[in-house]
Design a protein around this ligand. Structure first.
Ligand code: PRX
Length: 631
């Protein structure tokens, strides 16, 4: 058996040989003429000239051997529904959705925004786009109308697909009403909105001519046969917006062929998911984990995928393990926050169900602390694999790779660089390599492997500048994460190098939150920092300067303004970005050149030393932060 080290070495030293072998895991209508074109660094073009399709690989390819096997199982503990679709049924549903899109003028290269709760129709819409070569852009349902509008204006979709409502902890979220508002705010609204009615929002309004009913259109295209659009490997498959240092989100653009191959390779070598088995990923389709491992990955591997609408503790904290038992789940993927939530409940829930089908639990999205890692591994008595990656990479960067070699797990570590990634820990100052035990930037020497982002949608320059501009004179991809490697070669991730924070596995930019806070008419300026939280990993905390300080003359007045500011954030960004508190100060700590000292504020909020303060303009500002935190 190959050792993992050897497998990884070959993926870097003989890139093209390695990936041409992995490419055999998917169907190519036309084989690639070149494995890698790296003629225009740092843009890597994989499987050039090859023609394939993500929907074909996810569905049609399995119809011969597994038409009657379940492809998708939908379980909602919010509405009590359970529906499942065989590969044959999924094929039919996706063709209905694809024909609907075509009838509305959507074709190859057109964008479709999917703003949907966790229901099967969301998967149908996504796969339908892939089938006809349209570019989907799924927006997480937790984002508010203004965020959605910004994404509409960047992607300029021809069509949006939504539902009347979603449900979280029994509370209805009115998706369609949010879409209406976002369209009012947008400069480039779509021509049509297709709405799947769940009966959750009885007072839903429609706009004649623009709004169309999913069920009606589905009926009209019941027997539709929609041929596959064979796409050149490097054509875009989707855009997924993610947060960065600036306020405007970046559209991470993905290709077709490289993504298909990377996912297929990860399903085999990392997740060890076999055809006919079941995978349960507890994320949301609005995040990259949902794209890769609720929809495309497991289906490409011929597995049954579980789509779960609900929270981990309703009806009780055993629900996920019941699903594992009832559906004989062999691969499970979740996030550390969820495990920390479960840890607060009775451990008996973990021994109540028969979990013999489960081989591994994978966790990602935020740092997995050692106590949580060892607790869940002990409670499940299964290997729990921490793995690290990003929206940009689309699939794991650091992980144990049990399909190749069962390397021992170290709690709190996502193990080693995954095949295809020429990963380095580089010193920020001069891009030289850090030694064992030395904290440095996690970087990837390009070309990035297949599956990683191809560019920022509509902005090649931003792609190069943002991701390859960290180290002067060296074109290396920065993950914007700090990392460290121990004597045995195990990596540990130590948090972001930029202003991105991670709240319960949701990635948010503190600048975006600051812009939302600033939308309140009585806020002059603010600083938002991420502070450690025992459950969610991090929480945003805001410090704001009011324009009219006379409105803050009593504790009640402060409370009122705080509440209004929090409501503004809910409205602009969504409740996921709501700060834990808003503290009012009369000035923010800044350097003499006017840069807000966010790191010092964060350090104080976490009870640490504020660090080097030689550049501070007015030390009194920091005193105010200290007092605000005490008060
Ligand atoms: O900071 C890292 C953190 O989450 C960021 C990426 O978030 P997102 O784009 O939403 O993609 C999530 C895909 C799983 C990273 O830059 N992160 C992700 N996984 C880990 C992690 N931090 C520590 N340990 C991890 N396993």
């Amino acid at each position: 058996m190959t050792s993992y080290r050897e497998f990884h070495r070959r993926s870097i030293e003989d890139r093209e040989g390695f990936w041409s072998e992995q490419a055999k895991l998917v169907h190519w209508e036309k084989p690639p003429s070149r494995i890698l074109d790296y003629g225009r660094p740092p843009f890597a073009r994989w499987f050039v000239g090859g023609e394939t399709n993500l929907c074909y690989n996810a569905i049609d390819r399995h119809l011969g051997a597994r038409a009657d096997q379940r492809a998708l199982v939908y379980i909602s503990t919010e509405t009590g529904e359970e529906r499942s679709f065989s590969y044959r049924e999924l094929h039919a549903e996706v063709q209905r959705a694809a024909a609907t899109m075509q009838s509305l003028g959507v074709g190859r290269g057109d964008r479709v925004i999917v703003y949907m709760p966790m229901i099967p129709e969301a998967a149908f819409a996504i796969l339908a786009c892939a089938r006809i070569g349209a570019i989907h852009s799924v927006v997480f349902g937790g984002f508010a109308a203004a965020s959605l509008a910004a994404r509409i204006d960047d992607a300029r979709p021809k069509l949006m697909v939504t539902a009347d409502g979603g449900s979280r902890m029994g509370k209805v979220v009115t998706y369609k009403a949010l879409v209406d508002e976002s369209i009012r705010l947008a400069k480039h609204p779509p021509r049509h909105v297709v709405i799947f009615r769940r009966g959750l929002d009885k007072s839903m309004q429609t706009v004649a001519g623009r709004d169309l009913d999913y069920a009606e259109l589905r009926e009209r295209h019941r027997d539709a046969k929609v041929p596959i659009a064979w796409l050149e490997s490097n054509e875009p498959s989707y855009i997924l917006y993610t947060s960065g240092t600036t306020g405007n989100p970046k559209g991470v653009q993905r290709d077709v062929g490289g993504y298909a191959v990377a996912l297929a390779a990860s399903m085999r070598h990392i997740y060890c998911g076999n055809p006919g088995e079941t995978m349960f990923t507890t994320s949301d389709i609005g995040w990259v984990v949902g794209h890769s491992y609720i929809i495309y990955g497991p289906l490409i591997a011929g597995m049954t995928t579980i789509m779960y609408e609900g929270v981990p503790i309703r009806p009780d904290a055993g629900i996920w393990w019941k699903i594992v038992q009832d559906h004989k789940v062999s691969v499970m993927f979740s996030a550390p926050t969820a495990i920390r939530v479960l840890k607060k409940h009775d451990p008996a829930y973990l021994s109540k169900y028969e979990l013999s089908s489960l081989r591994h639990l994978f966790l990602a999205g935020e740092p997995l602390d050692e106590p949580t890692h060892s607790w869940i591994a002990g409670a499940l008595k299964k290997p729990v694999i921490d793995h690290y990656w990003q929206t940009e990479s689309g699939w794991p960067i650091l992980s144990s790779v049990p399909g190749v070699e069962n390397t021992p797990i170290k709690f709190g570590s996502p193990s080693f660089p995954v095949f295809g990634y020429d990963l380095k820990l580089l010193r920020e100052a001069d891009a030289t390599e850090a030694g064992p035990g030395e904290k440095a930037v996690v970087a990837i020497v390009p070309p990035l492997p297949p599956g990683c982002m191809s560019t920022v949608w509509g902005d090649d320059e931003r792609f190069v500048k943002t991701y390859f501009g960290t180290f002067r004179g060296k074109q290396v991809y920065s993950t914007f994460d700090w990392g460290i490697r121990d004597q045995d070669g195990y990596y540990f991730i130590l948090g972001r190098t930029d202003d991105v924070i991670n709240v319960a596995g949701h990635r948010l930019g503190t600048r975006e939150i600051e812009e939302a806070v600033n939308m309140h008419s009585n806020i002059a300026e603010c600083a938002v920092v991420g502070v450690a939280d025992s459950l969610k990993g991090q929480m945003p905390l805001a410090f704001a300067v009011a324009k009219d300080a006379s409105k803050l003359d009593s504790p009640e007045a402060r409370k009122t303004l705080e509440r209004e500011v929090l409501e503004t954030v809910d409205k602009q960004l969504g409740a996921i970005a709501r700060p834990r508190a808003v503290h009012f100060v009369s000035l923010l700590p800044k350097t003499r050149s006017g840069k807000t000292l966010r790191r010092s504020i964060q350090a104080l909020a976490e009870g640490r030393d504020p660090g080097d303060l030689t550049t501070i303009e007015d030390p009194g500002a920091l005193e105010q932060i200290r007092n605000a935190l005490k008060g």
